[in-house]
Design a protein around this ligand. Structure first.
Ligand code: 4AZ
Length: 700
């Protein structure tokens, strides 16, 4: 019956329905007439709204409504989102409930409270008083559905929350999911491993990752998916959420998703792009692949004859490099140059960068000629190829090599003729010294005043000649040096005052050095004549005392040895090698008795005189015989050197070697051949070190 009247009243717009909007952060509202009995036919709605991010807490301070089965008469109905609560009566029963001490919480930031009464309130129920307040929600703790929860980190604040991401992730524009920046992945190595970010942990959401493998043309890339493959999937639609797409040249592979690995993909391309798209949800673990590349193959190489290829492989492919080497003793010839090794490379076209050169045997070429010597080939065909051997020898009669020298040279891989001891240096042919080819006759007339030198028996003698007239003698040592007396080359600076100590050097072009001469004034076929290139006087030469009266003449070229021209040996040691009584031969074109110049070279054979005896003789005359001088001659006189003989040789036979050596050079004396006077000579052994230092001559 009540229901009938309700409809009528409502239809007649007599219903007391009204709506109140409550927007504060807190407040209260009551049933009409509270705390008096509420009126019948009430229909009041309170719409409570608080700011977003807040919820509403509703608490009833008082509640007293007419009880009815399932609250069919009077009630308070609270709705918020899907939430619905209905209260009535004075106490809770099995079928109805009152709010009591419990608060009611809204689903979101709004709540609607409807108070409805029927047509009668017979017992004067007093209604209700309700309080509400906005309360903050900790969205981070509250279970939000996946579409609104933070992907990585959640931060609550009063009235709201915000999300943040782990290191290396960035917050997507949805302010919720975390994506990665992953479009700059370029792989240029020939092999490698590529995987989804964080693999095998869940990959980032809302991301588009691009991976590029970029190799040189000529390579072909193969991808091999290994391990877990797990991308968000859909049972009916092909990869609508997350997917992997692969582009290789004109070809496309994929999209791939789900848990079935794509396995091996031969892309047939040198450039591959892998696109990985993820949406804003899902917790799948991603993918990983290893990529490898092979180059275009090149044909197998046959090593050249007498050569080898390194490394030896079954297949050579693009970028592979091989070294082609010749066996020892062989070399490549490239543009006229000899090359040790050749490097060729397999090109992208599948061909080698150049052809295979041929190995040519090393040729050391004609060996260098040996001065005063010759070469003997050890092979029949005078071969100069790798491994060939030759021997150097000296021209037999006049030259000799160091006796202990191994003179074999071998053609080596460096193109040189090499000797075990000397390397590539050539041996030296030293002139034979002190061994005249022509011996003086064994029975000689003993001419006290001297005898004619038999031609060639003193082949070392040199004539110093000015305007065709001999003025001094000398001795050939080595190939280009002549020893003479220093005073022969020094002229008094004032010709009117011969006693003057200071002297000037003779003009080097004013005299000739003649070798192979026997006649005094007549040119001979056997002779060789030179202008000295250099004059070196002993540093201790004293022009007034004739100490160290010795000098060296350097010849402009090497003397060709022959029967009539051969050097004299130097003394073996620098301590005196001549002793009192030793017989020496002195030769020269100097003056003879009656002051005449001889027609030919003359020689005398005289004994070495006791140094003290000689010293004494000359000290009486006020002249000094010093230790660098040696005297020879006969007490009775007769056999002596004289003017013009100066610088000439005083020689003796070395007992040990049986060779002639230069004991002294004619220097001075008081007169010529007078009794109780001796010829004074510069002792060569005393100047030996100085001579050897300058000339580098050693006796062989
Ligand atoms: C000289 O005038 C000379 N009797 C050389 C030797 C002797 C004398 C003079 C020794 O060249």
């Amino acid at each position: 019956m009540g229901c009938f009247w309700f409809f009528v009243l409502c239809f007649l717009r007599l219903c007391g329905a009204n709506v109140t909007e409550l927007v504060g952060m807190f407040g209260k509202f009551q049933s009409p007439n509270y705390p008096e009995g509420y009126p019948s036919d009430t229909d009041i709605t309170w719409n409570i709204t608080v700011p977003l991010g807040f919820h509403i807490k509703l608490y009833f301070m008082h509640f007293d409504l007419e009880p009815s089965y399932l609250c069919e008469y009077d009630y308070v109905k609270i709705t918020s989102g899907d939430m619905l609560e209905t209260f009535c009566g004075r106490e809770s029963t099995d079928t109805e409930k009152i709010p009591g001490q419990d608060s009611v919480f809204s689903f979101d930031n709004s709540m609607t409270v409807l108070f409805k009464t029927d047509f009668s309130n017979e017992e004067r129920f007093t209604g209700f008083e309700a309080h509400y307040a906005a309360i903050d929600v900790d969205e981070c703790k509250e279970k939000l559905d996946e579409s609104s929860a933070c992907d990585h980190f959640c931060h609550n604040y009063i009235g709201g929350f915000y999300c943040s991401c782990r290191f290396s992730y960035i917050l997507h524009s949805d302010n919720r999911t975390c994506k990665v920046e992953c479009s700059d992945n370029v792989f240029t190595e020939r092999s490698g491993i590529v995987s989804s970010p964080d693999y095998p942990n869940p990959y980032p959401k809302s991301s588009d990752c691009l991976y590029r493998i970029e190799l040189e043309d000529g390579f072909v890339i193969t991808l091999d998916f290994t391990g877990i493959f797990d991308l968000e999937d859909h049972p009916d639609v092909l990869c609508p959420y997350d997917y992997l797409k692969i582009k290789a040249g004109m070809k496309e592979f994929g999209p791939f998703c789900g848990d079935k690995s794509p396995g091996k993909i031969a892309t047939n391309s040198s450039r591959v792009q892998v696109l990985f798209h993820t949406d804003d949800s899902g917790d799948n673990r991603g993918w990983k692949f290893a990529y490898t590349s092979v180059g275009n193959p090149c044909p197998v190489i046959q090593p050249p004859l007498n050569g080898k290829v390194e490394p030896v492989l079954e297949i050579y492919s693009f970028k592979d490099q091989v070294q082609i080497r010749c066996n020892v003793g062989f070399k490549f010839v490239k543009g006229g140059d000899e090359v040790e090794a050749y490097q060729i490379e397999c090109l992208k076209s599948g061909t080698w960068s150049s052809g295979i050169p041929t190995c040519k045997v090393i040729d050391c070429g004609t060996p260098l000629p040996l001065e005063d010597g010759f070469i003997t080939f050890r092979s029949k065909d005078n071969l100069t190829l790798f491994g060939s051997r030759i021997n150097y020898s000296c021209n037999a009669l006049f030259y000799r090599m160091d006796p202990d020298l191994n003179t074999t040279y071998t053609c080596m891989e460096n193109n040189f003729w090499v000797n075990d001891e000397l390397g590539t240096d050539l041996p030296t042919c030293h002139p034979v010294c002190g061994e005249p080819r022509i011996q003086r006759p064994s029975i000689q007339p003993k001419i006290a005043q001297g005898r004619v030198v038999s031609r060639g028996s003193s082949p070392w003698i040199a004539m110093l000649s000015k305007n065709g007239i001999p003025f001094c003698g000398g001795s050939l040592i080595g190939k280009e040096w002549v020893v003479t007396a220093a005073h022969c080359l020094h002229l008094p600076s004032d010709p009117d005052n011969p006693e003057q100590i200071d002297s000037v050097l003779i003009n080097i072009t004013s005299f000739k050095v003649i070798l192979g001469r026997q006649k005094t004034l007549r040119k001979e076929e056997t002779e060789q004549e030179y202008h000295a290139k250099n004059i070196i006087t002993h540093p201790r030469y004293n022009g007034s005392t004739f100490e160290y009266d010795i000098a060296l003449l350097e010849l402009p070229s090497k003397v060709k040895m022959m029967d009539y021209i051969m050097p004299i040996c130097l003394p073996e040691s620098s301590t005196s090698t001549l002793h009192t009584g030793d017989m020496v031969i002195v030769s020269g074109w100097g003056k003879q008795f009656l002051h005449s110049i001889p027609e030919t070279l003359m020689e005398i054979e005289i004994p070495v005189v006791d140094h003290n005896q000689c010293k004494e003789v000359y000290s009486q005359l006020g002249r000094q015989v010093t230790d660098d001088m040696i005297c020879a001659g006969l007490k009775e006189g007769g056999s002596d050197a004289c003017q013009g003989d100066s610088g000439g040789p005083m020689v003796a036979v070395d007992e040990e070697t049986n060779r002639w050596f230069l004991g002294g050079t004619v220097s001075w004396g008081d007169g010529c051949g007078e009794d109780n006077r001796y010829g004074v000579y510069s002792d060569v052994s005393k100047s030996l070190k100085w001579i050897q230092n300058i000339t580098k001559i050693k006796n062989i």
